[in-house]
Design a binder for this molecule. Structure first.
Ligand code: SF4
Length: 371
């Protein structure tokens, strides 16, 4: 099985923390959809005819596309790819775009899953971040999508926001749980160099949450969501049973995927390829780079992605794909953490324990291979 990722780099306005590749030049949308369709046709051999089991429209803001834009892309996918009948098809949407008529149109397209970037229910923080909606509007948009028939909705929440206390995050988590989405992704706010948020911190106008507060926030999230029946299936992702993101899980399981659009990455099992994150260049000649992955790099990615999830790292597969010396290296480096209860080995699988999740970066980097 394989996946297709489609990058839609348009946003109505920029959030102050964002360093993703996106643009507010909406005039080029039509030309961009033409180019996306062209790339899908041109690269139809990339997945070697493997059945496509997930399609993901990410951004930017995919909900900036019209019904007509999506229809054109789906026509090309249907014509040139083998798509599974059970294909998970996700669209990321900004709550502000989800009015009655747009939701109705989304329902006429083959989406099976909707991902809404809510981030927080605290209106002053939404304004500070330059998000386009208020909390009440996001809740209403969610309700509209539910009513229209979307039965698999994910919401994003952020923590470590400027001025956010543990109590404020507790309120956000409680509101999110009360909406009962099938899936919740949660990320710590990052201060990326060059963003307006970075500048505000330089000028001492906002303060970054310190490590202790960030850890307490993460712990609150994990505990509250678990208490409410959400599985903590990946470091930053939670779901009601059986509602994990199949698309993102396929990245963590090392499956092949084709990424189309400016800045999109593709992976075929042995090499990685990525389009340059430049809209005009994409429209003109679609320049891309490619990297063959050597054994050590593939092993390091295997450790990093497999340990992120509750399914853990399958040791037999490690031995089979990477050979005895990397297998032994992994087990040797794991001993320290196994003894301290931060990793557990159950049959053939090595997994982070609930305590290990809090120090996962250090564990993964110790298990990696460094020349
Ligand atoms: S909507 Fe998403 S991609 Fe667009 S600016 Fe905000 S965070 Fe970045």
């Amino acid at each position: 099985m394989a996946g297709i990722y489609i990058h839609i780099p348009f946003c109505a306005k920029r959030c102050i923390y964002c360093d993703f590749f996106s643009t507010i030049q909406s005039k080029k949308k039509g030309a961009y959809v033409d180019a996306l369709c062209g790339e899908l046709v041109e690269r139809r051999g990339y997945l070697l005819g493997t059945v496509v089991s997930t399609v993901y429209f990410g951004g930017g803001t995919p909900s900036q596309l019209s019904f007509h834009d999506f229809s054109r892309i789906f026509d090309v996918i249907r014509e040139y790819y083998k798509v599974s009948d059970e294909c998970e098809i996700t669209v990321e949407a900004n709550p502000d775009d989800l009015d009655d008529s747009y939701v109705e149109q989304l329902c006429m397209l083959p989406f099976t899953r909707l991902s809404m970037g809510i981030q927080t229910f605290h209106n002053p923080t939404l304004r500070l971040l330059n998000r386009r909606y208020l909390a009440e509007e996001a809740v209403e948009a969610y309700g509209r999508c539910r009513k229209a028939g979307f039965d698999n909705i994910s919401i994003d929440l952020m923590y470590g926001l400027p001025g956010q206390t543990l109590e404020m995050l507790g309120d956000d988590v409680a509101r999110a749980i009360s909406m009962r989405p099938q899936h919740i992704s949660s990320y710590a706010l990052m201060y990326e160099e060059g963003t307006p948020l970075w500048k505000l911190r330089q000028e001492d106008k906002v303060r970054e949450a310190d490590e202790e507060l960030s850890l307490s926030m993460y712990s609150l999230l994990v505990n509250e969501l678990k208490k409410s029946g959400y599985q903590h299936y990946e470091i930053s992702n939670f779901c009601l049973p059986s509602y994990h993101s199949r698309h993102n899980s396929s990245y963590w399981q090392g499956e092949a995927y084709l990424g189309v659009g400016a800045g999109a990455h593709s992976f075929d099992g042995n090499s990685r390829q990525w389009n340059k994150p430049d809209l005009d260049a994409y429209l003109a000649t679609r320049p891309f780079d490619r990297e063959e992955l050597d054994l050590a790099t593939r092993y390091n990615e295997f450790v990093m992605t497999r340990l992120r999830t509750m399914w853990g790292l399958p040791l037999k597969l490690l031995l089979q794909d990477f050979g005895m010396s990397l297998y032994e290296h992994c087990l040797l480096m794991a001993q320290y953490y196994l003894h301290r209860g931060l990793l557990e080995r159950i049959d053939d699988t090595l997994r982070l324990t609930p305590q290990g999740i809090f120090v996962s970066d250090g564990i993964m980097s110790d298990l990696m291979w460094v020349d």
